[in-house]
Design a protein around this ligand. Structure first.
Ligand code: NAP
Length: 258
């Protein structure tokens, strides 16, 4: 029997790269997507040597017009049947909502929300026709609370969490499960790119290794769990907004985001 295939967006670094290693170790073939093709090619060689798995590298910018449709067409052109979709590519920018560059935030919404939604729809339809499949969306603990000074990012992750829960409920009876993975701070390139260098809180926040997040996300996806929050501290963090009046949550988060 031929190996199942997983498509992972944002496989060139961080959590996506760690997920590629986990899927490969479990015998999956891979379709790896990101802009940095060199990283993908290197990873494909490593996965072949370590696990004997086949990978297709798709160098692709997911912020271009009609990106989801174009990626889907490319996957069909390559004759790949996708059994698991991992929507991992994402980004966020730290800073004042008013001062932050508008175009960067529009691209963030497009990548984190629009493209993710379209990929769920396009590949989700195929999975239903195929009689089953798995979708893993990388959300964040940010999705559980508003994030002053990280406002757009938190809002996009709240969307990912809500969408994932809803379509899990719709698709489960059709054989397709949708899992929202909610990591807290994780050791990747994310914070450097987000510009959180000025954030005092980053000095004492302990970050989880990307490998650990990937292991837990894989396990939850294979079990068809709708939501996984990674780590005890993060589990407590996502419950904490329920313990205080709603009006306190954003000001408290703001006081941490300095
Ligand atoms: N690190 C954390 O603390 C943390 C916590 C919670 C959730 N998350 C989420 O985890 C996911 C992965 O982030 P990470 O922490 O692993 O950060 P990362 O190391 O920066 O990885 C981001 C990945 O997304 C890809 N990507 C970004 N823009 C893209 C574009 N326009 N087209 C195609 N691919 C693009 C990047 O590849 P290229 O640059 O090569 O295109 C890279 O592979 C994100 O959704 C993030 O929101 C992260």
């Amino acid at each position: 029997m031929s190996a199942k295939t997983v498509l992972i967006t944002g496989a060139s670094s961080g959590i996506g790269l760690a997920l590629a290693r986990v899927f490969a170790r479990h015998g999956w073939s891979l379709a790896l997507v990101a802009r940095r093709s060199d990283n993908l090619e290197r990873l494909a060689v490593e996965l072949k040597e370590s696990y004997g798995t086949d990978s297709q590298c798709i160098g692709f910018d997911l912020t271009t017009d009609n990106a989801a449709r174009a990626l889907y067409d490319e996957v069909r052109f390559r004759n790949l049947r996708i059994d698991c979709l991992v929507n991992n590519a994402g980004r966020g920018y730290f800073g004042s909502f008013i001062e932050r560059d508008h175009q960067l935030e529009e691209e963030t919404i497009y990548l984190n929300v629009t493209v993710l939604t379209s990929l769920c729809k396009l590949f989700g339809r195929d999975m239903v026709e195929q009689g089953g499949g798995r979708i893993l969306n990388i959300a964040s603990i940010a999705g559980f609370m508003p994030g002053p000074n990280f406002a757009v990012y938190h809002a996009t992750k709240a969307y990912v969490l809500s969408l994932s829960r809803a379509i899990h409920a719709e698709l489960k009876s059709l054989g397709v499960t949708v899992t929202a993975s909610c990591p807290g701070p994780t050791e990747t390139e994310f914070f450097d790119k987000a510009g959180t260098g000025v954030l005092k809180a980053m000095e004492y926040i302990r970050r989880m290794p990307a490998e650990k997040v990937a292991e837990q996300a894989y396990e939850a996806t294979m079990k068809g769990k709708p939501v996984v929050v990674h780590g005890m501290l993060n589990k407590m963090m996502v419950e904490s907004p329920r313990l205080v009046p709603k009006s306190w949550v954003a000001p408290v988060v703001k006081s941490l985001m300095r």
